[in-house]
Design a protein. Structure first.
Length: 136
């Protein structure tokens, strides 16, 4: 079974990231500094790519967290001990504050993620590892 969950994206996060970049791009366009225009355009393109390709993949007994071309985490689902809904704002491979805290391995190992459909994501984890403690 391979299931892909895209990250939920908060509008406020888009504004925080892209409004300043677009403001700089407009200023650079006014000054006709084409090298800087190209640089800002590349940065914006990379950010758009990262935002649109952040996903969480459940494949057999593994959870893969991918951000763009980066494979951020690879966790065995059999090692997951608990999942709970959270709004923890710590830095994480999550584009929304509607997050899941996935605990695995030792007591302090966890990752924060933000699949669009948190409930279906949890159900798929439980199909593979029914001993996961769920706190929602």
């Amino acid at each position: 079974m391979r299931q892909v969950y895209k990250s939920k994206i908060d509008i406020w996060l888009l504004a925080v990231v892209f409004v300043p970049l677009l403001a700089v791009l407009v200023q650079v366009l006014v000054t006709f500094t084409w090298g800087l225009v190209a640089l800002i355009a590349v940065i914006i393109a990379v950010m758009v790519y990262m935002f649109t390709t952040t996903k969480y993949v459940i494949d057999n007994n593994s959870l893969q967290v991918n951000i763009g071309f980066i494979r951020y985490y690879h966790i065995k689902i059999s090692n997951i001990t608990a999942v709970r809904k959270t709004n923890n704002p710590l830095s994480a491979p999550a584009l929304s504050l509607k997050r899941l805290e996935v605990r695995y391995g030792k007591s302090f190992d966890y990752i924060l993620i933000s699949p669009k459909d948190r409930d279906a994501f949890i159900e798929d984890l439980l199909k593979i590892n029914p001993s996961i403690k769920v706190d929602v």
